[in-house]
Design a protein around this ligand. Sequence first.
Ligand SMILES: Nc1ncnc2c1ncn2[C@@H]1O[C@H](COP(=O)(O)OP(=O)(O)OP(=O)(O)O)[C@@H](O)[C@H]1O
Length: 240
Amino acid sequence: MAQPLTLDNVSLALEGRAILHGLTLTAQERRIGIVGRNGSGKSTLARVIAGLHAPDAGQVRLFGVDVARDRKAAIRTVGILFQNPDHQIIFPTVDEEIAFGLTQLGQSKAEAAEGVRAILQDFGKAHWQGAAVHPLSQGQKQLLCLMAILAMRPRLIVLDEPLSGLDIPTRMQLTRYLERVEAHLLHISHDPATLAGYDRVIWIADGRIAQDGPARDVLGAYIADMERLGGMDDISDLAG
Ligand SMILES: Nc1ncnc2c1ncn2[C@@H]1O[C@H](COP(=O)(O)OP(=O)(O)OP(=O)(O)O)[C@@H](O)[C@H]1O
């Protein structure tokens, strides 16, 4: 059976600078965390795994789908949630935002409308039907993005720091929503606390895998290294 996630020697340069260096891994865990410092390449990796950016070399396969080459299959397979929902939302109303992905999947207007109704109902947000997006808080917008992705029923969702701009109660609520998601999650964060309890954590440093294993081991080593670096003199030496 096809593995949920396979990276085979994935490399990528941006503006002539190598960002990802021959990443290779296979994963079947349902909850995978990616940690790393600012500039280590996490967001770039997120985009490559979501098929938004083709690698220069190597291949990403999700459940057997080559997400860079087979875009049609990719949109059924993977969704991505970004840090800032304002960069993700393109429509002025909740319904249009959710319906868009469904029509991209080939659903009719009526099917998409039913999909919108169903996902809002599922999240106890039936009263959002017909609502405008602009008065929503950041957390509510992030929830809208999550619902829009889940309505499409992807098998894997890439989370690129979607909690980091939210206050603590909102983060806790969104975390609870994420916990009930059936799809596989690949959650990118520089905050180890977010990933405690995950099935597997991969630490990325300078576009390479620094460590890969159980959350407790990898996060422990990562925290120790971050504290070591944090104890050093000059923040200008810390840039990624
Ligand atoms: N479009 C781009 N063009 C050129 N360089 C880029 C581009 N996007 C990112 N980079 C560079 O690639 C490196 C990795 O960036 P990336 O955003 O993937 O890291 P990150 O680990 O997600 O960082 P952060 O935690 O700060 O978001 C950085 O040095 C960044 O400056």
